[in-house]
Design a protein. Structure first.
Length: 788
């Protein structure tokens, strides 16, 4: 039905007329989705059959979030039928863009962790590798962000529709998860929760391969409840498990819910994997690879042990050998707060048998360390259970056969500082796998104009081998190519203005420098430094009649965790400053501030291609990798940032002359932290500009009188500026001046842009996945038969 435009039009028209409405966009969207699903299902069945026939090893990627974005347009691209559908719909009076926007965006992720997982699934299918995702089907998603009086407000995300074209419910694969209970000697008085899988197809651009994203929904079990449990309470608690991503854990109830979610996902996934295992259980590592994406799924290690011991009847040594040859672990953070730790009492209550197994893992590992005469400090750091706390990152390292960081700097910090003792204990486990992004979504789909320019210049082979983007390098001094690139960027800027204009009355100068900062809100990502710099520009424009900078539009986007008051107050501050800047007739000629509400993948597809400047300003040593930096780079945006995370590798590839680098280096930051020699108050006293900005914060001048920004003042002053915002401020302001000067030389600027695009192929997730496959998972490429 998609072999030609005419065939598509004929079939689409026939089906639409059968609905009784041939002009309704909503029905058109449903009909198109059904047609795509029919095509995909054939390849989906064929793929699973090929995997079964081949008896091949398969990967299962466990992640608490998958930020997949809208799938209709991406699926059309990966099926190779996007132009046919786009032109066919246009001739029938429909806009494919409008139909795509009717698809509710799945609320399955928050930031880089979930987007990385989505990119990895895309690359696995494109490379024809047998790999699938396992997560949770969050009914309410993360949350929908609304800006009200400048503050972030959170509302449920209603993304689940009745069309059913994106997912298939698999009642036949439901499993039951045990919570609570008593060990006397077997588990009694258990609260059982049913886990029902919903499967989404992940379509490979290779043609034929369709892998699976399996998402679990929590439902009530038919088993009897303990006598003391109220049914309505049980029903509400069960529904909550698959309701919200990252429930507020500032209270104990939130902590319990998060732990429930993690165990629910891991137990359901492991039970299904073992149930469908095509070999004797002792051959598990030869047929199954499990990658745990950060510490959230680390409870998979003791849960797999439980299933091998209690269900399969194996002895401890054999079960441990199988577990530690099956599971590998990706660490995504350097922040201690994000290396999850659980109270022993909570684990003992919620999953008593699993906690008993964790205790035994800890006991045996400690005995091994004592036998090696491990020093007391190292022993304490390597203890899984310490002072009534279970350290999930330590458990993940001990129970995995490979452990990786996600950028070379990040991996080095893990090996030499954060997990130093564990690295000494298990040096063979640690390795680096620098993150990547799928160029199919972030360049080909998001920026068809740039895609065409590239293909017209170097041919099509780069689409399958993105490293060949380096063939663009010779065009960095080609005047006609640079003009064409500039025109593409202007087109994407205009499109972003139209996109943003749908939700706000905002006059944006399309010829201004587009400076874009889109990340989840956190202290170390330093959105605060950005907005303080904008306030300082405002002050200079108002007070210095000779200072009239080149026009710049500053875009912000991202969400703050509901319980993270500091980050929410930074959002408030941005909106207060934006309101002041944008309403001032003099200032708004030179700077403009836009906060993009409810930032998501669809917004990102508009923002990354439009950026001139990519704000990557995290405190050096704090960002594990980042992938937004790669998306900007691939679309010709130029990095303005610190030498942190993957920025280091970007600069290594493009050269320092093709980026704007500022601030303290990671070693300098770590030395200041180690020796506690940083004094924020001294930095303030030495700078009249900072002194004035801080005074305004303290006196409330940077507030509109609605709410307060006390957490910002507290962090900068009382807590000694833990993310070195003030220390790096003048370096940041200085590099902005250099950036504006560079933009004045347009030929030089667009040459820098070309260099960034040309070097971006190495940051394709295809490269990352191939490295994982070759060096960790040992997967084999499986060719799926395609009907002629």
């Amino acid at each position: 039905m998609f072999d030609s435009k005419e065939e598509f039009k004929k079939e689409f028209t026939k089906r639409l007329k059968q609905t009784g409405e041939d002009k309704d966009p909503g029905l058109a969207y449903a009909v198109l989705g059904a047609m795509v699903r029919e095509v995909v299902e054939k390849d989906w069945v064929r793929t699973n059959k090929r995997y079964e026939e081949a008896g091949t090893k398969q990967l299962y990627y466990f992640s608490i979030e998958f930020l997949i974005g809208r799938m209709l347009g991406q699926n059309l691209h990966n099926l190779g039928i996007f132009p046919i559908v786009q032109k066919g719909l246009q001739e029938l009076g429909f806009s494919l863009d409008e139909l795509e926007e009717m698809e509710p965006e799945p609320g399955l992720g928050n930031g880089g962790l979930g987007r990385l997982a989505a990119c990895f699934l895309d690359s696995l299918a494109a490379l024809q590798l047998p790999g699938h995702g396992y997560g949770i089907r969050y009914k309410g998603g993360l949350f929908t962000q609304r800006i009200e009086n400048g503050f972030q407000s959170e509302y449920p995300t209603n993304w689940i529709t009745e069309t059913g074209n994106r997912e298939i419910r698999r009642d036949d694969l439901s499993v039951e998860i045990p919570f609570y209970g008593r060990l006397h000697p077997n588990l009694k008085d258990v609260e059982w929760v049913k886990a029902v899988p919903y499967d989404m197809p992940i379509i490979g651009a290779s043609g034929g391969t369709v892998n699976t994203l399996r998402l679990w929904q929590a439902e009530i079990s038919g088993r009897p409840l303990p006598e003391t449990k109220d049914f309505e309470e049980y029903e509400a608690e069960t529904a909550a498990i698959s309701d919200r991503l990252y429930p507020n854990d500032s209270l104990v109830t939130g902590k319990i819910l998060r732990l429930k979610q993690q165990y629910f996902m891991c137990s359901a996934s492991l039970q299904t994997i073992l149930r469908t295992l095509p070999c004797p259980i002792r051959q598990l590592p030869d047929h199954v690879a499990i990658q745990i994406n950060d510490t959230h799924p680390a409870i998979a290690i003791p849960e797999l042990m439980r299933l091998l011991l209690d269900v399969e009847g194996l002895e401890w040594e054999e079960a441990w050998n199988l577990t530690t040859r099956t599971i590998s672990y990706t660490n995504h953070t350097i922040l201690g707060e994000a290396m999850e730790k659980w109270d022993s009492s909570l684990l003992a209550s919620l999953v008593p048998r699993v906690y008993e197994i964790i205790q035994e893992i800890d006991r045996r590992f400690k005995a091994q360390l004592q036998e090696q005469q491990c020093k007391e400090e190292a022993f304490k750091k390597m203890s899984i259970i310490d002072g009534g706390i279970v350290k999930m990152a330590v458990l993940a390292v001990v129970g995995s056969y490979k452990v990786n960081g996600v950028a070379q700097l990040h991996t080095d910090i893990l090996k030499n500082r954060e997990l130093k003792e564990l690295h000494r204990q298990f040096p063979e486990k640690f390795h680096n796998k620098t993150n990547g992004i799928t160029h199919r979504r972030w360049l080909i789909k998001a920026n068809p104009e740039l895609t065409k320019l590239i293909t017209d210049s170097i041919g099509e082979e780069w689409i399958k081998k993105p490293i060949l983007l380096n063939n663009l390098e010779k065009f960095a001094i080609d005047s006609s190519f640079l003009e064409a690139l500039k025109a593409v960027k202007q087109t994407k800027k205009n499109q972003l203005i139209d996109h943003v204009g749908k939700s706000r009355d905002s006059l944006i100068d399309p010829l201004s420098i587009f400076d874009i900062h889109i990340k989840r809100f956190h202290g170390y990502k330093r959105q605060l430094m950005n907005i303080l710099h904008i306030q300082s520009l405002y002050d200079r424009i108002k007070e210095d009649s000779t200072f009239r900078p080149y026009p710049r539009t500053f875009f912000f986007g991202g969400k703050a965790a509901p319980g993270y008051e500091f980050a929410k107050q930074v959002i408030k501050l941005i909106n207060v400053v934006a309101d002041k800047v944008n309403k001032d007739p003099l200032v708004r000629k030179h700077i403009h501030v836009v906060f993009v509400e409810d930032y998501n993948v669809s917004h990102g597809e508009k923002m990354f291609p439009a950026a001139d400047v990519s704000e990557q300003i995290s405190t050096a040593s704090k960002e594990a990798s980042g992938t937004g930096n790669m998306k900007f780079m691939m679309n010709g945006g130029i990095t303005l940032g610190t030498l942190d995370g993957a920025n280091v590798e970007i600069v290594d590839h493009v050269g320092k002359e093709n980026a704007f680098i500022f601030g303290l280096h990671s070693q300098q930051i770590m030395m200041l932290e180690k020796h506690k020699t940083y004094r924020a108050q001294e930095v303030i006293e030495e700078s009249p500009e900072l002194k004035r900005l801080i005074a305004r914060l303290l006196q409330g001048e940077l507030s509109d009188g609605i709410g307060n920004i006390s957490f910002i003042r507290k962090q900068l002053v009382d807590l000694n500026d833990p993310y070195f915002v003030l220390k790096d401020f003048h370096s940041y302001a200085g590099v902005h001046e250099k950036m504006v000067e560079a933009y004045a030389d347009q030929k030089e600027w667009w040459g820098m842009s070309v260099k960034n695009i040309a070097e971006s192929g190495i940051f394709s997730s295809d490269r990352t996945i191939q490295q994982y496959s070759d060096e960790v998972w040992r997967l084999e490429k499986i060719l799926v038969r395609i009907e002629s």
